[in-house]
Design a protein around this ligand. Structure first.
Ligand SMILES: C[S@@+](CC[C@H](N)C(=O)[O-])C[C@H]1O[C@@H](n2cnc3c(N)ncnc32)[C@H](O)[C@@H]1O
Length: 246
């Protein structure tokens, strides 16, 4: 299960192919343009840097990017792509950095891979400490869509179907811990890949409360990387926090 193998170790062998199918590579220019607005010519730290999907193009625009990841396999993929980025193996819930950054960011749904409330708050605290005085913390999160889980507590959903691939997500809800324990089943050609993971879903207002607990306040919230409005129809949000005014 995912408790034994980390997300990164499970996903590294298929990460590029998978994120491409999920549209995450197509949207990367918007992501990078958004982030560059806070750290142009300066520095940024990515929490859960992965294979550098976002960090590599951001560093190519002149930002000094560093990163943390707890997966050796992901860090190897990153090292193959670039030597412009310093990245180290570590836990994003508990890190200390001597350096202060213009932007610290945690994108995709990486923050929810911290599966307890304590780990999520610890991550926000570590991130807040790593910010320069005027620095920002940017977090991208999905909006939890739990209706099908109420009552039955289990769900199976088609995530993608095309001529070559069928990706199903089979999930069990643990409401006491706000955890979704799920397995992606990816059928392609003659293979079936089984990709387990555990996330702790968070509503945006809970994220704001946790951020306030560590001395941050919400500056902006958007519905997508092109700064579309966050509305009741949004499936994700991009939230930008700054140090609270004294
Ligand atoms: C969904 S991927 C996102 C990768 C990259 N940020 C991107 O947007 O493509 C999540 C990444 O976070 C890493 N990760 C998950 N939990 C972590 C933790 N507790 N500490 C450090 N890295 C973690 C995984 O290894 C993986 O590389």
């Amino acid at each position: 299960m995912s408790d034994e193998l980390t997300y990164g170790e499970i996903y590294a062998p298929i990460y590029e192919e998978y994120t491409n199918l999920q549209g995450k590579i197509a949207e990367v220019n918007d992501t990078v343009a958004f982030l560059e607005g806070y750290c142009s010519g300066g520095s940024a730290l990515e929490l859960g840097i992965g294979d550098g999907r976002v960090a590599v193009p951001l560093s190519e625009r002149g930002v000094k990017v560093e990163g943390i990841d707890n997966s050796c396999s992901m860090l190897k993929l990153l090292a193959k792509r670039t030597d412009l980025i310093t990245a180290w193996e570590g836990d994003i819930a508990h890190f200390r950095s001597e350096q202060r950054y213009d932007a610290v960011y945690c994108v995709y749904f990486t923050f929810t891979l911290l599966s307890t409330r304590e780990a999520q708050i610890a991550c926000l605290r570590s991130a807040a400490e790593a910010l320069d005085h005027e620095g920002v913390l940017v977090i991208e999160l999905g909006v939890p869509g739990l209706d099908p889980l109420v009552g039955g507590q289990q769900t199976a959903k088609a995530r993608l179907v095309d001529h070559e691939n069928t990706i199903l997500n089979v999930a069990v809800h643990d409401p006491l811990n706000q955890n979704l324990v799920s397995t992606l089943l990816w059928f392609s050609d003659t293979s079936v890949r089984r990709l387990p993971q555990r996330v702790r879903y968070v509503y945006h207002q809970e994220l704001d409360t946790m951020a306030e607990c560590v001395g941050l306040e919400l500056g902006e919230r958007w519905g997508d990387w092109a700064r579309g409005a966050f509305s009741e129809r949004s499936e994700r949000h991009i939230s930008v926090y700054r140090r609270s005014s004294p």
